[in-house]
Design a protein around this ligand. Structure first.
Ligand SMILES: NC(=O)c1ccc[n+]([C@@H]2O[C@H](COP(=O)([O-])OP(=O)(O)OC[C@H]3O[C@@H](n4cnc5c(N)ncnc54)[C@H](OP(=O)(O)O)[C@@H]3O)[C@@H](O)[C@H]2O)c1
Length: 256
């Protein structure tokens, strides 16, 4: 199977890396010339990658086409491109919905929206897809964990939570910088903080069938340090603000 990527940026290169670390049987990957630097790097690294002359050439040569451009660019270029009948189009574009994509593309193609996240480059993380699609599910299951969502409105809730990646990394940064200010070397503080959160994440994934409130409870000793931190953060509105941010991201997603 030949794959094509329109837009060679952060998420496209993460997915491509994941593909080459997986057992997926891919004949060729055609990528668009933009971003030029990333496209050149990828084609040097992986023999099966070819930089196309333009987006149309890439569509003509691919069985599946991934849309990995920003919403603004998507809105500008999709109408002018000629997709093949029955081609599979997988869109990573956050704020262009299925009806708009159908309208832009015009032809009768199978469109699936997907939300891979950068850790897909190490074959980790969830990939919500909407609408459900057997082939797309089986593809993403080889580089992550596919979550099929029937209803597009529901899928927007998943999009909203995916906006918490940068806040998560900021949390790690604040904790690590705090240790550095107290004299810990950067290499040591970053090693400590990242491995602490890897351990907590792995533990929570193992326990993900139970209500997460048990993890919150079990990680506190009465009158202990975790209890104090949680109480103070709750009182300061830290978690209320987290929920507020999610609500406003969702509101933005619901406008399109
Ligand atoms: N990053 C994530 O974690 C993530 C996760 C899920 C979904 N998404 C979605 O995926 C899309 C891309 O996000 P990203 O983070 O990968 O953005 P990005 O790094 O900015 O990548 C966008 C790419 O599109 C290229 N481009 C611009 N105009 C183009 C054109 N006319 N034809 C072909 N390519 C063109 C850009 O090239 P130049 O640099 O030359 O302009 C750039 O390589 C967005 O819609 C985003 O919402 C992102």
């Amino acid at each position: 199977m030949n794959l094509g990527f329109i837009g060679t940026g952060h998420i496209a290169s993460s997915v491509i890396e994941g593909i080459f670390k997986s057992k997926l049987k891919i004949k060729k990957i055609y990528i668009s010339p933009r971003n030029r630097t990333i496209a050149k790097k990828l084609s040097k690294r992986f023999k099966k990658i070819t930089i196309s002359k333009n987006n149309q050439q890439l569509i003509d040569k691919s069985n599946w086409v991934f849309l990995a451009v920003t919403p603004k660019v998507g809105g500008k270029i999709l109408k002018k491109l000629n997709f093949k009948k029955n081609q599979k189009v997988v869109s990573f574009i956050s704020t262009i919905n299925l009806a708009q994509l159908r309208n832009f593309i015009g032809k009768k193609v199978k469109i699936v929206r997907a939300i891979p996240l950068p850790p897909i480059s190490i074959r980790k993380g969830p990939v919500p897809i909407c609408p459900p699609d057997k082939q797309v599910k089986s593809f993403f299951d080889k580089i992550g964990t596919t979550v099929e969502i029937k209803n597009e409105k529901l899928s927007k809730n998943f999009w909203a939570t995916s906006g918490m990646m940068a806040p998560f990394y900021e949390l790690l940064k604040v904790l690590s910088d705090w240790l550095i200010k107290r004299g810990v070397k950067r290499s040591e503080s970053q090693k400590y903080i990242t491995s602490l959160f890897v351990a907590l994440s792995e533990d929570s994934a193992i326990n993900s069938k139970k209500d997460l409130k048990h993890l919150v409870k079990d990680s506190q000793t009465p009158k202990g340090l975790n209890e104090q931190a949680l109480k103070q953060l709750r009182k300061a509105g830290f978690y209320r603000h987290l929920e507020k941010s999610l609500n406003s991201i969702l509101k933005r997603l619901n406008k399109v």
